[in-house]
Design a binder for this molecule. Structure first.
Ligand SMILES: [Zn+2]
Length: 525
């Protein structure tokens, strides 16, 4: 759908009015569509008069290099962000638990009964400057995407309304400095229109997300009271490929293991010893095929026992998502996906055993007629709610044992190899973590979903994304339900060269954040 959020909300209002005639229990209990539309229109109008100013503000923030390992740069970013927030009435603090700086900010509202905590991050992935069309820390505005022949627009000369299909190119334009700029300008828009916030607002801005937020756990432990909230909005990541706004309620967990099988202690001539010497490649192949079938179904005993199945609400949400199977098959040249016809969004709500690599011997020019001593496969195991890395490890090891392997965790000695018919070495990574999924019918989730449907009528509700984020570090420590609100364009090239934000996505983010802050406290279930 095209048009501004206010226009789209107006059409939703028309729909709600019609629906209310047949259903008294309208979707807008406690808050009317008119109120939301009024707020959106006020924000839109304010922003339309400030576009050049907002872009120049964003350019200034994006000009500060933010590779997380460069601590002096991260301090400069943190200071800059604190100044932006201080000037909007926040009380801000620099927090650290021994890693890169975090910025904590708080805006109390005496009239509010609830607190919203927003998370975003201001560090970015390392850059390979030579691959960028424009320098990653010299933000460059183009009037269209690079691949569509976009031409450079001089930011110092812009005024008035800009083409919403313009793109601003810089590291972290999409991932994830955009929420910082969108939030401060949403607050400006509300202040200019004398619209009060209906919540207390807290921000936790992470300076080391791209390094896996190594100190966020201890940092939360140390500042639990500070971070106490009724809802945690995780503002990171791209929107749905359809450009529809989406709320994401979960992520998968992840753990990895390398499995090595063993033949004779030295490589042997395949002519002299073939059919006699144990072949580690074949052992590994049998072991892998014993673990999952061709449709991806995991054959390890008890593997699905702990898995929390999708609720009826989650199934309904998936059923109403746009089905991308056909376009994906075409784009990726896949005839038959795994999963026996189950759609992607349901499959990613299940655990997965993915063989991510196999190393053994050589092929082509490097092929030799030998029977090797070892073969190694690397698996990544995607976890879903209620599975733990520890339990998964026990189940996999018990399965490997059942296939006749003696399990070791270090390089086996000659003694060990002589003493067992088959030996497998399992090397687990110790940074594995569980999944997290917030129930769609958690009271705060219901309220946010209802509100978001008024803001963005074509909202997609995604029970879980397939990828993994260590959200459990928050979920285990804080009582607030966690919901992800990703607002960057899906083609923002995050982590890669030519990262960018589409201006319409920035404008929508300002509207959405503003509308949430202005109305969430008025919503009811
Ligand atoms: Zn990010």
């Amino acid at each position: 759908m095209t048009g501004s959020l206010a226009q789209r909300a107006f059409y939703a209002l028309a729909f709600v009015v019609v629906a209310a005639l047949v259903c008294v229990d309208s979707a807008a209990r406690g808050l009317t569509s008119t109120e939301v539309t009024t707020v959106l229109e006020a924000i839109d109008e304010y922003r339309a008069g400030k576009e050049a100013h907002i872009i120049r503000d964003f350019v200034e923030l994006l000009s500060i290099p933010n590779v997380a390992s460069n601590l002096p740069d991260m301090e400069r970013n943190a200071e800059h962000i604190r100044r932006l927030l201080d000037s909007r009435g926040f009380s801000t603090r620099r927090l650290s638990a021994g890693g890169a700086p975090y910025v904590y900010a708080e805006l109390k509202n005496p009239g509010a009964a609830e607190t919203l905590l927003i998370y975003a991050h201001f560090d970015g992935q390392p850059v390979q400057e030579e691959n960028w069309a424009y320098s990653p820390f010299s933000p460059t505005l183009l009037d269209a995407p690079i691949q569509a022949g976009g031409e450079v627009v001089d930011v110092s000369q812009i005024s008035g309304k800009l083409d919403p299909e313009s793109r601003l190119y810089a590291r972290s334009a999409g991932d994830d400095k955009m929420p910082v700029i969108a939030l401060v300008h949403a607050l400006d828009a509300l202040a200019a229109n004398n619209i009060d916030l209906t919540v207390n607002l807290k921000l936790l801005l992470d300076g080391e997300e791209e390094r896996g937020s190594p100190t966020v756990g201890p940092l939360i432990d140390e500042h639990k009271d500070l971070l106490d909230a009724d809802l945690l909005l995780f503002c990171d990541g791209p929107m749905h490929q359809s450009r529809r706004t989406q709320l994401v309620f979960g992520v998968r967990g992840d753990t990895t293991v390398d499995i090595t099988t063993y033949g004779a202690i030295r490589p042997l001539h395949s002519g002299h010893y073939g059919n006699w010497a144990p072949n580690p490649i074949m052992q590994l192949a049998y072991l892998l095929t014993s673990m999952r079938d061709e449709a991806g179904r995991i054959l390890v005993d008890g593997y699905y026992d702990d898995v929390t199945p999708l609720s009826e609400l989650e199934r309904d949400a998936i059923a109403s998502m746009p089905d991308v199977t056909g376009s994906l098959k075409n784009e990726l040249s896949v005839h038959t996906p795994e999963g026996d016809g189950t759609r992607l969004e349901e499959l990613i709500a299940l655990p997965a055993v993915n063989a991510r690599g196999i190393v053994a011997g050589g092929v082509g020019d490097k092929g030799r007629n030998i029977i090797l001593s070892t073969a190694t496969a690397s698996l990544d195991l995607r976890l879903v709610p209620n599975q733990t890395p520890l339990r998964v490890r026990e189940l996999i090891e018990s399965h490997v044992s059942q296939q006749g392997f003696h399990i070791v965790h270090e390089e086996p000695t000659a003694e060990t190899l002589r003493g067992h018919a088959k030996v497998a070495r399992l090397e687990w990574d110790d940074s594995g973590y569980p999944a997290l999924r917030t129930a769609l019918d958690h009271p705060a989730a219901l309220r946010l979903t209802r509100l978001m449907r008024l803001i963005a009528p074509d909202l997609i509700v995604t029970p879980s994304m397939g990828g993994s984020l260590p959200l459990h570090k928050f979920g285990n420590r804080l009582s607030a339900p966690i919901i992800i609100l990703p607002l960057a364009n899906h083609d923002n090239n995050q982590h890669a060269e030519n990262e960018n934000i589409r201006l319409q996505n920035l404008w929508d983010a300002i509207s959405i954040y503003g509308a949430i802050l202005a109305t969430f406290g008025q919503t009811s279930q």
